[in-house]
Design a protein around this ligand. Structure first.
Ligand code: 13P
Ligand code: ZN
Length: 267
C-alpha cells in the first residue's frame, strides 16, 4: 500500500534521522487520520490483530492513527514502511488498538503510546484540528538540558533570546518536565498535562514532544527549538555581548499579533 499518509511518515522519519535526532530506535510519531482517507486505501473492517493499549482513551474511540513501531529505526521506515509503521483504530472499549495494517513482523506500536495518545486527547480539547504528535531526541536541545535550569519559564526565556523568530513560532513557550522514567502511563499523564498549555514539551535529559495540526507545524516547532538550543550551546561558554531584550520580544510578538506568555518575560 502507498498513500499520502505513509509518504508523509516516510518523509518525517527520514528527515529527522538525517538531522541526527533519531539514533537507533530513538523517537516516535503518531498521526491521526480521517476515516475517509483510510478507507480509500484499506478495508477498515479487516482487523489483523487486537492489541491492548494499557490505558483508557475515551475521546479517541473510533479514531485512526498511523504510529511508528517500538524498537524500530527511523532510518528503516522508507525501506520497509509495513514493518516499521502500523495503522490502527481505537476500539469501542477505548482500551484496545485494532490493527488494520503494518507491524508486519508481529511488532507493536511505540512504547511511548501513552504519551502520544494522552497528548492527542489533551491537544484536541484545546485545538480540535490537532493531528500529529512527534517525539525525538534533538542533539542541542538535549545538551542544553544538562547546563540549564529545567523550568517552563526560564527554559522558554533562554530559547526566546536565541532567535528572533522564537517568540513568534512558540509564543505560548515550552513546557519542561524533569527526568522521568519513560514508556509508561505516568510520563504520559505528565506530558498530557503540559500539552493543555504548550504544543512543545521537553522531557528533561531525554528529548522533546511537539504537537500540531500538520506535520509541518509539529516539525517546525522542534526545529525552531533545536536551532535556538544550538545557538545557546554555541554561545553559553562565551561572554554575552548582545542579546534580544525582553522589550524587543514584546515588539516582535505584538507586531506579529501572537498571544505570548507575558509572565515568561521580565518586564
Ligand atoms: P520506541 O522504540 O518504543 O518508540 O521508543 C523510542 C524512544 O524514543 C523512547 O522514548
Ligand atoms: Zn525517546
Amino acid at each position: 500500500m502507498t498513500s499520502p499518509f505513509i509518504e508523509e511518515m516516510i518523509e518525517m522519519t527520514s528527515n529527522m534521522y538525517r538531522l541526527g535526532w533519531d539514533e537507533r530506535n530513538g523517537g516516535n510519531i503518531s498521526y491521526m487520520l480521517d476515516e475517509e482517507e483510510v478507507k480509500e486505501y484499506l478495508d477498515i473492517h479487516c482487523v489483523l490483530r487486537r492489541i491492548p493499549i494499557g490505558f483508557y482513551a475515551p475521546t479517541l474511540i473510533g479514531k485512526y492513527f498511523i504510529v511508528t513501531g517500538t524498537g524500530k529505526y527511523f532510518r528503516n521506515v522508507k525501506r520497509d514502511p509495513e514493518t516499521n509503521l502500523g495503522l490502527f483504530r481505537i476500539a469501542q472499549d477505548g482500551t484496545t488498538a485494532e490493527l488494520l495494517w503494518g507491524y508486519r513482523d508481529g511488532g507493536r506500536f511505540t512504547s511511548e503510546l501513552p504519551a502520544h495518545l494522552m497528548s492527542h486527547m489533551a491537544r484536541l480539547e484545546v485545538d480540535p484540528e490537532n493531528r500529529i504528535v512527534m517525539h525525538t531526541h534533538p542533539t542541542y536541545t538535549l545538551a542544553m538540558n544538562y547546563v540549564h535550569e529545567l523550568s517552563d519559564r526560564s527554559f522558554t526565556h533562554s530559547l526566546w533570546e536565541m532567535c528572533t523568530e522564537c517568540i513568534v513560532v512558540f509564543p505560548e513557550g515550552v513546557g519542561v518536565l524533569p527526568w522521568m522514567l519513560c514508556g509508561n502511563n505516568t510520563i504520559g499523564e505528565a506530558t498530557a498535562e503540559k500539552m493543555k498549555e504548550f504544543r512543545t514539551v521537553i522531557w528533561g535529559m531525554h528529548g522533546i514532544y511537539a504537537a500540531g495540526k500538520t506535520p509541518d507545524e509539529a516539525f517546525g516547532l522542534v526545529e525552531t527549538v533545536e536551532k535556538a538550543a544550538q545557538i545557546y550551546m554555541l554561545t553559553a561558554h562565551l561572554p554575552r555581548v548582545n542579546t534580544i531584550k525582553d522589550e524587543e520580544m514584546v515588539i516582535l510578538a505584538e507586531s506579529f499579533g501572537v498571544n505570548y506568555r507575558k509572565d515568561f518575560l521580565n518586564l
